[in-house]
Design a binder for this molecule. Structure first.
Ligand SMILES: C[S@@+](CC[C@H](N)C(=O)[O-])C[C@H]1O[C@@H](n2cnc3c(N)ncnc32)[C@H](O)[C@@H]1O
Length: 471
C-alpha cells in the first residue's frame, strides 16, 4: 500500500492506533503482574518479558515505524533519516567519555556541563550540543539549562560493562560503514564475497581480514591501535614485533569479547529458556567458534549437568580460560568445560556430541565458507547429534512461511522491531562480506552440507534457533 490518498492513510492510522491501544493495555497489565514465563533481570540476563508482554512490546515498536510512514511529511522523513549518523556518532563520543557514569554521580540533580567538560576534557559548549542531540532522542535528559542527567535508558549503562561494550563496539564498524559505498562501486570488491575484499580492510588500510586482525597478538605498544580509526584510511602500519617484545591481544579484541558477552546477556538470553536444554541431562555441547564461551557460562549456571567444549582461535580460547578462571573456576577444574583451539575450516575433532552450537558464526561468512564450516560439523555428527544454529533470522518485509505475520497494516515482519537484524546484515557486509540470512537461505546451506532443517525455535529475541540433523 503506497498510502498516497488521504482515505487509505486515515484508515491505516486508525487501525494502528487501535492495535497500539490494545497492546499497551496488555503490556501494562503484564508489568503489573508478570506472567510465570517472565524472567527478571539478573547478572546473567536482561529482563526477559513473558511471551504475551514480548508480543505486545514488538507490536508497539513495529507501530512506531508505521505511524512515522503515515503521519510524517516525506521530505522530513528522508532528511531526518539521512542525517542520523551524526546522532550515532554523538553517542559514540558520549560512550568514549563514559558520560552515563559521570552523570550517575549527580543522581536526580544531574551534572552541569561545565563539570562534565572538566572530567572529559571536551570543550564545554560542544559537549552540551552532543548531549542535547542525544536528549532529543530520549538518550539522556536535560533537566535545567546545560544540566544533564541519566534517564531510564542511559541509567542502564551504569555498572554494566557488558552493555557499555555493546554500545562502544558499534563504533568499531564506523570506518567500514564510511568505506562501504566505495567498496560496493569497486570493480573487484563490489561483486566479491571474499572476507579480504570487504569495506573494512579498505577502511583500515590493512590486508588482514577482520577476524585475523582481531585474533592477532601484537606488541604491547600497538595494543591500542584502533580497528576503526575514523577517516584514517591508509595510515595503519603493519605490526612488526622486535625480538623479545611481549605480545598481547589488542584492546579492541578485549572490547569485542566483552561485546559478545553483552550480546549473550541481551539478544542471547531468551535462548536459555526457549529451548529444552534440561532434557539433555549430562549431554555434551560443542560450541563451535564459541568465542570466550559466554553463552556456555550462562547455560552452565542454569543447567548444572551439561558439559561443554568451546572451540575457537587460540587468542580467544586463552581469554576464555582466563574469564572462566574468574567467573566459574570449578567448571574448569572439574573438566566440565574445556577450551580447545580449533579452526572450523578443518575437520572437527570432537565426534558424536549431543549438540553442536553455532551462534553468531555463520553470519560472518559467505555461502561457500558456511558450507565448509557446516560440512566439517556434519562430518563429526552422529545420527543422534543435533546442530543448533543461533543467528539472526531475517524475516523479509513480505513475511516468512515459518513465522506468523504481524497484523495489518503493520509490516508482516514487524518492521522497526526487527530493524537491528537488517542493520547487522549491512554491518556484516561491510566488515567481512558476511550476511544475515532468511530461513530459506539457511535451508539451502544446510542441504549443501548434508544436513536437514527440522525445526525453527521462535525465541523471545530477534535471534532464533534452527535445529538440524544429518540428512
Ligand atoms: C561473532 S563471534 C561469535 C562468538 C560466539 N559464538 C558467541 O556467540 O559469543 C565469531 C567467532 O568466530 C571465531 N572464529 C573466526 N574464525 C574462526 C576459525 N577459523 N575457527 C574458529 N573460530 C573462528 C571468532 O574468533 C569469534 O570468536
Amino acid at each position: 500500500m503506497s498510502y498516497e490518498d488521504v482515505s487509505s492513510r486515515a484508515t491505516a492510522l486508525r487501525q494502528v492506533v487501535k492495535l497500539v491501544q490494545e497492546a499497551s493495555e496488555t503490556l501494562i497489565s503484564e508489568w503489573e503482574s508478570p506472567a510465570p514465563d517472565a524472567v527478571p533481570a539478573s547478572e546473567m540476563n536482561f529482563e526477559i518479558p513473558g511471551r504475551k508482554a514480548y508480543d505486545a512490546q514488538r507490536l508497539i515498536i513495529a507501530a512506531l515505524g508505521s505511524i512515522q510512514e503515515l503521519v510524517i511529511d516525506p521530505h522530513h522523513r528522508l532528511v531526518d533519516f539521512a542525517e542520523q549518523y551524526f546522532e550515532v556518532r554523538a553517542l559514540h563520543v558520549a560512550m568514549e567519555h563514559d558520560v552515563a557514569i559521570l552523570l550517575s554521580k549527580g543522581g536526580e540533580d544531574g551534572v552541569h556541563v561545565e563539570e562534565l567538560a572538566k572530567a572529559t576534557g571536551l570543550e564545554q559548549k560542544k559537549l552540551a550540543r552532543i548531549l542535547r542531540v542525544l536528549s532529543t532522542q530520549h538518550i539522556f535528559r536535560e533537566i535545567a539549562p546545560d544540566r544533564f542527567a541519566n534517564n531510564r535508558i542511559t541509567q542502564a549503562l551504569v555498572n554494566d560493562e557488558k552493555l557499555q561494550a555493546q554500545v562502544k563496539c558499534s563504533s568499531l564498524g564506523f570506518a567500514a560503514a564510511s568505506a562501504l559505498p566505495e567498496a560496493l562501486n569497486d570493480p573487484i570488491r563490489g561483486p566479491s564475497y571474499e572476507t579480504k575484499d570487504a569495506a573494512w580492510p579498505l577502511a583500515v588500510g590493512t590486508d588482514l581480514p577482520f577476524f585475523e586482525w582481531m585474533g592477532q597478538q601484537v606488541p604491547r605498544s600497538r595494543a591500542a591501535d584502533k580497528a576503526s580509526p575514523g577517516a584514517a584510511r591508509g595510515l595503519y602500519e603493519p605490526v612488526v614485533a622486535s625480538p623479545g617484545e611481549e605480545l598481547v591481544p589488542r584492546d579492541d579484541t578485549k572490547l569485542y569479547n566483552l561485546y559478545l558477552a553483552g550480546n549473550s546477556k541481551s539478544l542471547g538470553s531468551p535462548h536459555l529458556y526457549d529451548f529444552p536444554w534440561k532434557d539433555l541431562g549430562t549431554g555434551l555441547i560443542v560450541d563451535v567458534g564459541g568465542g570466550v564461551g559466554s553463552f556456555d557460562l550462562q547455560l552452565a549456571r542454569l543447567y548444572p549437568d551439561l558439559r561443554f567444549v568451546v572451540q575457537d582461535q587460540q587468542t580467544m580460547t586463552e581469554q576464555g580460560v582466563s574469564i572462566w578462571e574468574k567467573e566459574y573456576p570449578e567448571a574448569l577444574e572439574s573438566g566440565r568445560i574445556q577450551f580447545i583451539p580449533h579452526d572450523f575450516f578443518k575437520p572437527n575433532p570432537v565426534k558424536g556430541a549431543d549438540i553442536y552450537w553455532l551462534r553468531h558464526v555463520l553470519h560472518d561468512w559467505n555461502d561457500d565458507d558456511c558450507v565448509r564450516i557446516l560440512s566439517n560439523t556434519a562430518e563429526a555428527m552422529s545420527l543422534d547429534s543435533r546442530l543448533l544454529v543461533a543467528d539472526i533470522t531475517l524475516i523479509e518485509t513480505l513475511g516468512d512461511p515459518y513465522i506468523k505475520a504481524a497484523p495489518k497494516p503493520l509490516l508482516p515482519n514487524y518492521g522497526v522491531h526487527v530493524h537491528h537484524g537488517f542493520s547487522l546484515d549491512i554491518s556484516m557486509m561491510a566488515l567481512m562480506n558476511g550476511k544475515e540470512r532468511t530461513h530459506a537461505e539457511f535451508r539451502k546451506l544446510f542441504e549443501r552440507a548434508g544436513l536437514k532443517m527440522v525445526r525453527a525455535w521462535e525465541c523471545r529475541s530477534i535471534l532464533g534457533i534452527i535445529e538440524c540433523r544429518l540428512a
